[in-house]
Design a protein around this ligand. Sequence first.
Ligand SMILES: Nc1ncnc2c1ncn2[C@@H]1O[C@H](COP(=O)(O)OP(=O)(O)OP(=O)(O)O)[C@@H](O)[C@H]1O
Ligand SMILES: [K+]
Ligand SMILES: [Mg+2]
Length: 680
Amino acid sequence: MPTQAKRRSLFDSKIVRRASVDALTKLNPRLMMKNPVMFVVELGSVLTTVLLFLNRATRHGHFKFDLQITLWLWFTVLFANFAEAMAEGRGKAQADALRQAKSETTAYLLSKTGSVEEVPSSKLRVGDLVRVLAGQMIPGDGEVIEGVASVDESAITGESAPVIREAGGDRSAVTGGTRVLSDVITVRVTSNPGETFLDRMIALVEGAERQKTPNEIALNILLSGLTIIFLLAVVTLQPFALYSGAPQTIFVLISLLVCLIPTTIGGLLSAIGIAGMDRLVQHNVLATSGRAVEAAGDVNTLLLDKTGTITIGNRQAAEFIAAPGVFPAKLADAAQLSSLSDETPEGRSIVVLAKEAYNLRGRELASLNAEFIPFSATTRMSGIETDGRSIRKGAVDAISRYLQEHGNTLPGEVRAAVEEVARKGGTPLVVAENGRALGVVYLKDVVKGGMKERFDQLRSMGIRTVMITGDNPLTAAAIAREAGVDDFLAEAKPKDKMDLIKREQAEGKLVAMTGDGTNDAPALAQADVGVAMNSGTQAAKEAGNMVDLDSNPTKLIEIVAIGKQLLMTRGALTTFSISNDVAKYFAIIPAMFAGVFPVLNALNIMHLHNAESAVLSAVIFNALVIIGLIPLALRGVAYKPMSAAAMLQRNLLVYGLGGIIVPFIGIKVIDLAVTALHLA
Ligand SMILES: Nc1ncnc2c1ncn2[C@@H]1O[C@H](COP(=O)(O)OP(=O)(O)OP(=O)(O)O)[C@@H](O)[C@H]1O
Ligand SMILES: [K+]
Ligand SMILES: [Mg+2]
């Protein structure tokens, strides 16, 4: 089970064993070529290996020294591969566990005539309708089109508490491999076998489709540039060395090269990126692009929708408030009639309340000869046309416009009722029949717990929060105040949400958005970081570049922290790598030439035992530092909310200065050990 994989620590013995083997298979030059810095080290290792055997045959060279250099060069490559394999380890273990959830099941396929046929789940195609009963595994990804059920999604989320999935609303998506616990649902299949959420999730946690991000590519180009410069420097060193009467062996020259090129960051770069994605997975967030993870680290603005994101969102009709001169039962009747085939949670709750409060029975729609007008996020109304009755219910501004078209206006009392509901944070639905307002339905909703603290935290990270909602400005203001968001946009249609994002982006801001509805999909696609709730609709999940399996909108706080940590870790280790290469230069160059240029002895501040020991110690240090930094690369540097400038200053101090000092101490200690053990 993924829960187990999740609890697996970074250095689980199973993962270490697997990574050790993977480190060897990753020696394949075709894979190594993707990492130019380490590829150069591998080429160097091959060259010294060949030379070692040639020298042995022709009795040239200094075998003991040459052998040690060759081995440590290979270790350098292997340690880098091991770092990457370790970063992949947890994801691979989790992918193995997920594959177990991908077992074949039997599905009850519904035909057009309504008959039921048993088929294996692998035969299901997009558009098929299946019935899933309590106790059954859901045979494929889909959207609930009928019914409500509690579903155990622990196979995917690791969370044992059941979740509600229902037709019509923003909680309609179900995932193949999860289990229905109670009730019966009809599901429209939305993905073909092999292209399911589980398939994609396996590929994602395994890193099978991982692509380098633009930042990584840029850094790789920089590192390759440095490698070429040092390669030229080392190659041109030899004529100079010959001229000054101190020719250097290939072993020493390659050692010098490997010590000078940025092997520390070159060896850890990919591990840092993979570990960042893995940290997200540990937080139950699946990111389809590494670029989005990095963008999360720099986000300026966060957009959230109201219903179901900031509020609990299970909007239920709580009260009918009739207009003057209208019997409440008449309002309830009209509201119920217009909701009979409104498969949204709001619609269903109106039918139920009318039944409970006024004993109005739901009628058989077929016998009514009615035309039903479904709710849409653009019209923000729904209704029915039947027997000369034309009923609409919807958002106050939408119904006001509808009334105007009939030469009518909203009565002051109804407007007052709307405002009263709105001030309580509820959603008022205005009901109108034949162009006349009948009253208001109060849809109750409450703000989720702990929202204010979470938004305060985001503010301290420098992120502005904006709530966007299709609801009216008064409700929006009430909820915004209670939840503590910085700003809000009300009466927003799907396009308004997207336009708001575009405006922010035009100001050079990076925008994150969380949402769950189909009406959020365009905005989720437009945002730099689009986090869809796993409970949301299929369209939302496909539009975003992340899915939160826990469907927790404030998860963005963790996502931002992980993104920042990823950027910081990469920056810190790049700084460390380049500054510690400088230190190695001072270890090796004086040792190489001290014989011919005694003046260089002044640079030999480390007082290393002899030239061979100096070179060997530098190469050993260079390899060990990769191993030593694996935990930091995988866990990431500690992140505390503080300003970017303060952070940069602190990191330059710690990793820049540290990068210069640590090698001096490290190489000196290794030199002492090498001397004591008579290795050089
Ligand atoms: N079933 C329905 N029939 C008629 N009107 C509805 C229905 N459901 C919602 N509305 C009205 O339409 C408005 C917009 O609803 P929608 O679910 O699109 O909001 P949204 O844009 O997702 O924002 P939020 O989720 O924050 O409310 C609601 O505020 C409500 O007034
Ligand atoms: K190096
Ligand atoms: Mg919504």
